[in-house]
Design a protein. Structure first.
Length: 111
């Protein structure tokens, strides 16, 4: 007989006690569904309260049973293209050098 991983065990035995990580994962899913417009803020609030009262994994699953399965979180796309980021960084670096030269010159003149 093979041993189950913790996540497989939770799915196979729904009466397993819910952990803090299980609750956080459920709240994150509810947040994403709220952002997508599937839940109102009142529904979200009610369900989050129920998440923290949930004792078992089955209790948590019941709170998202009527919602579609979400794809894994994708990293947020950058709003600035990579080439533009490098260009902005080069400009900032040059401005810093100019500021240091100007401050150094003023310091040398005032001594």
């Amino acid at each position: 007989m093979t041993e189950l991983t913790p996540s497989e065990h939770r799915r196979a035995v729904p009466a397993v006690r819910a952990s803090d990580v299980d609750r956080e994962r459920t709240v994150a899913a509810l947040q994403r569904h709220t952002v997508a417009g599937r839940l109102s803020l009142d529904e979200f609030s009610d369900r989050v309260g129920a998440v923290y009262r949930a004792a078992t994994v089955a209790d948590l699953a019941a709170l998202t049973r009527d919602l579609p399965v979400l794809p894994p979180d994708a990293p947020a796309p950058s709003t600035v293209p990579a080439g533009a980021q490098h260009h902005q960084l080069a400009i900032a670096f040059l401005l810093a050098i100019v500021a240091l030269v100007v401050l150094g010159t003023l310091l040398a003149i005032t001594r």
